[in-house]
Design a protein around this ligand. Sequence first.
Ligand SMILES: N[C@@H](CCC(=O)N[C@@H](CS)C(=O)NCC(=O)O)C(=O)O
Ligand SMILES: [Fe+2]
Length: 354
Amino acid sequence: MIFRQLFDPQSSTYTYLLADAGSREAVLIDPVFEQARRDVALIDELGLKLAWTLETHVHADHVTGAWLLREKLGSRIGLSALSGAQGADKYLKPGERVPFGKRHVEARATPGHTSGCTTYVLDDHSLAFTGDALFIRGCGRTDFQGGDARTLYRSVREQIFSLPDRCLIYPGHDYRGLTVTSVGEEKLYNPRLAESIGEGDFVGYMTHLGLPHPKQMDVAVPANLKCGQPAKTTTADPDWAPLTYTFAGIWEVQPHWLEEHLRDVQIIDVREADEFNGPLGHVPGAVLVPLGTLSAGVERLSKTKPIVTVCRSGARSAQATVLLGKAGFEKVANLSGGMLRWRAQRYAVDGGTE
Ligand SMILES: N[C@@H](CCC(=O)N[C@@H](CS)C(=O)NCC(=O)O)C(=O)O
Ligand SMILES: [Fe+2]
């Protein structure tokens, strides 16, 4: 099993990637629209095939990445039949299994935060993804989207606390930086839902939370009722070159593209002068701006002509793309693999030795 916990800091949402190590088939639980590019990069870098995106519920605080990931990767969208959402590929019924390779998750109905809330439980009951039904020492609010405190209490008791104590719980959000808990731990220490707490106490607690509605609610709910399909299709990906995006958050361009477009871009070599003039040589037309002087030297660069940054291996030049991005340059990419790959693939250089 391959397992990754991902975080969206804007909405404090967790996204979970699960994959069968043999077949490389994966599912992604609760992707976030703005993080789709990150998720695609990770899936590519790990050599996975995204079979499903699964929603724990119709979110009120962020737009799902489900539709966008289906567009980019051909994944299918699954969520509860009670969610009320349009445009999914599978409407899950309680107990239904979603397979990925030799593994599967079981969809358990855990309404109460919303009426279509689902907890996904891994086949061996070692992990459960509870969405907003159960948080670490807390739970989702019950004051909108068909929420109901009594229903939530019963969902947690019957569908989640019935799992083995060792079962790890991964929630849909955490607002304090906590990452994981277990069934046994929450039965003992959850201040709202611990086994010692009665249904009436819980309902009283939830009725007086007095939380403001999520800031994104008016945008998020209508979009999520269409599985995250935006009103108009805008792909913000840069189109000045066939760029790839890495999980590290860097746009990269390949040597063969740069070789054919040497005159169309500003090539900024961020190594030191002795390297620029050393045995590896430099890309024809490259301008030397050592990384340490880049911030001071941005005035000299054009904001309209795209920039490709270069260094020995591609590490310092990746850092340079970040600095240039912060300085307001929009068309910036790193030369993948730096001068080492450029030389290994036998492209032309100025200076240097054979
Ligand atoms: N301040 C956040 C609030 C998010 C919020 O209300 N989250 C829901 C889950 S969708 C919740 O149950 N929160 C419980 C809590 O904050 O205690 C926002 O505006 O997005
Ligand atoms: Fe929620």
